[in-house]
Design a protein around this ligand. Structure first.
Ligand code: AGP
Length: 589
């Protein structure tokens, strides 16, 4: 989390830094800052709050500078803890976490050094000052060797006014060369105008001086291949939509269509097919929304291919000494491909002999480097912190994989069943404005519950996550049958309960839970593809989905729930694109 940027070249740095930070704001937005070098000294401008607070900083002079937009880990969101952090001759911005910062800080304080912030990052500037004896790159290498944890760093030294130094370990960092100079950034859109882009790998360093860019590994200077050219279209725009979230929801049909696997055309399919034939057991590791798509995939894979699947939250998997039997396939699902917990879980599984397939939306992300195989969801860039189209795209891809696995195992599974999903999602989207009328019912509730059975439970979990993260209403997703074992005690007059019901065989069972809720005064919103239940006396309101293959129904039933979260967020006066305390890409533990 946190976005960093750096520029050195012919133009004024400050406007470029602020423009880049705006495009990185999805990575964190509780404070922001820039530093430029001018007339033998640094000028630093930082503010609490969003990048828009940096307006006054645009006039900072200098052709070389660094910038940062923060998602606080160590130290409250405040101007004091905002980056850049300076000490002695150095000023820097950092994305990541320095896990051993406390002993390092003590060491520095033992030398009489005074710290200006509560952050873990500031200690890096102190170490640089300590190790520098005229060779900044050597000092940066020595400093990096002392750090435990993750970092993407952009550093300036007072002795070399136009030079930027960069270092990376487990936090993304891109280097670019443009018409007017050289850049460093956490992600491509910030520097999408560059003509050449390079990805810095773990343990690598870069030195940028005007147009001149050099890369270094542990052993010395290295040559790097450029990434594929990125067009301007990669810079996301809201267009006619009020928010990225709304726009991205409207991109769901295309995201599904583009993510359904066409195995004939997939060049790595023959290799994957061999893996699928040998797979005896699947473990899906993921976080948040991606974890929920894993739960939906479990239902589809087990039903179609009869291969057992476990779905584990990546942060739990990485610390539980997992058992990895022969024939284990690990699916590491991550929209960003940068989630630290998912990366660590995939790495651990690989070290224990599992075959790892990454399912990600971002080409060249860290997870693509460590997985044996990569399957890309093609949802297009997702900017809103709350995942929407990427979830539907993950489901499309994982359902296709379930079909492929079933066929590899000699079971009957018809890929044609997937084909109607894009058009059906279009139909659902066209109805989602109904949720505008439902949102006011949630506004003053103390809590909201989402229930469902089987595949519907996954949609319930995801609907609940969406609602809590952007509306800030306490909300829980529950298996419908589990409600009566405790949570029903929380339902009283007016408590909103969203029930998802698309599994015909389980319909009566789910309706029992609906009746139990309604009998206690709860108000049930039923999201279903079974019209006969819409007028049930225990149902307060309903949303009717078009019929679709039951196993795949979460890809549709989640859409009205995403819309409900969106409109509730608006009705509560929140910014649905940038929920408090969260960030799009969670690159720290
Ligand atoms: C979803 O709306 C989230 N904001 C969050 O749960 C997200 O899905 C999670 O952090 C995993 O991200 P990833 O898919 O990029 O790994």
């Amino acid at each position: 989390m946190c976005g960093i940027i750096g520029y050195t070249g012919k133009e004024q740095a400050a406007p470029k830094l602020i423009c880049g930070l705006k495009r990185l704001e999805y990575r964190g937005y509780d404070s922001a800052g820039i530093a430029t070098f001018h007339r033998d000294d640094f000028s630093v401008f930082k503010r609490k709050g969003r990048v828009s607070e940096l307006k006054g900083g645009e006039t900072l002079q200098g052709n070389c500078g660094i910038g940062h937009t923060r998602w606080a880990t160590h130290g409250a969101p405040s101007e004091r803890n905002a980056h850049p952090h300076a000490f002695g001759r150095f000023v820097l911005v950092h994305n990541g976490i320095i896990e051993n910062y406390l002993p390092l800080r003590k060491e520095c304080e033992g030398r009489g050094e005074v710290f200006a912030s509560e952050t873990d990052s500031e200690v890096i500037a102190h170490l640089l000052e300590y190790y520098d004896s005229g060779d900044v790159l050597a000092a940066l290498k020595k400093t990096a060797a002392r750090l435990t944890g993750s970092f993407a760093l952009a550093v300036m030294c007072r002795d070399e006014p136009n030079v930027l130094y960069a270092a990376r370990r487990k936090s993304p960092l891109i280097v670019g060369r443009g018409k007017d100079g050289s850049y460093i950034a956490s992600d491509v859109p910030a520097i999408a105008e560059c003509e050449e882009l390079y990805t810095l790998r773990d343990g690598e360093f870069a030195v940028l001086d005007g147009d001149n860019i050099r890369f270094y590994g542990e052993e010395g200077e290295i040559k790097k291949e450029t990434m594929k050219l990125v067009s301007k279209a990669d810079v996301p725009e809201k267009g006619e939509y009020a928010h990225f979230m709304l726009k991205e929801m409207h991109e769901i049909p295309a995201a599904i269509a583009n993510s359904l696997l066409d195995f004939e055309e997939n060049s790595c399919f023959s290799a994957i097919n061999i893996v699928l034939c040998q797979t005896e057991y699947i473990e899906i590791v993921a976080c948040g929304t991606a974890y929920h798509s894993g739960i939906a995939a479990k239902h589809a894979i087990e039903a179609l291919a009869r291969v057992p699947v476990e779905v584990t939250v990546a942060s739990e998997y990485r610390y539980r000494d997992p058992i990895v039997p022969k024939g284990t396939l690990v699916l590491a699902v991550s929209q960003s491909g940068e989630t630290a917990d998912t990366l660590a879980a995939a790495e651990l599984a690989k070290s224990k002999g599992a075959t790892v397939i990454a399912v990600t939306n971002v080409p060249d992300s860290s997870i693509t480097q460590l997985a044996h195989f990569v399957l890309f969801t093609r949802a297009g860039r997702e900017v809103a912190v709350a995942a929407t189209k990427s979830f539907n795209a993950q489901l499309a891809l994982l359902y296709s994989l379930a079909v492929a696995l079933a066929r590899a195992k000699g079971k009957r599974a018809d890929p044609e069943l997937l084909r109607p999903l894009p058009a059906l999602s279009e139909q659902v989207l066209a109805e989602t404005e109904q949720m505008k009328e439902v949102a006011p019912l949630l506004l003053d509730s103390r809590s909201v519950y989402f229930i469902g059975r089987g595949a519907d439970y996954c949609a319930a979990l995801e609907g609940s996550l969406k609602l809590k993260e952007i509306s800030y209403l306490p909300s829980e997703g529950y298996p419908a049958g589990e409600l009566k074992h405790g949570t029903l005690a929380l339902v009283d007059e007016g408590t909103p309960v969203v029930a998802v019901l698309t599994q015909h065989a389980l319909a009566e069972k789910t309706m029992n839970a609906v009746s139990e809720v309604s009998a206690r005064g709860g108000k049930v919103l039923l999201v279903t593809n079974l019209p006969e239940y819409c007028s049930h006396r225990s149902v307060f309101r309903s949303f009717l989905l078009p019929p679709c293959e039951e196993l795949f129904s979460p890809i549709l039933s989640v859409i009205p729930l995403q819309a409900l979260a969106y409109y509730t967020s608006l009705a509560r006066g929140n910014d649905p694109d940038k929920p408090r305390n969260l960030a799009k890409s969670v690159t720290v533990e």
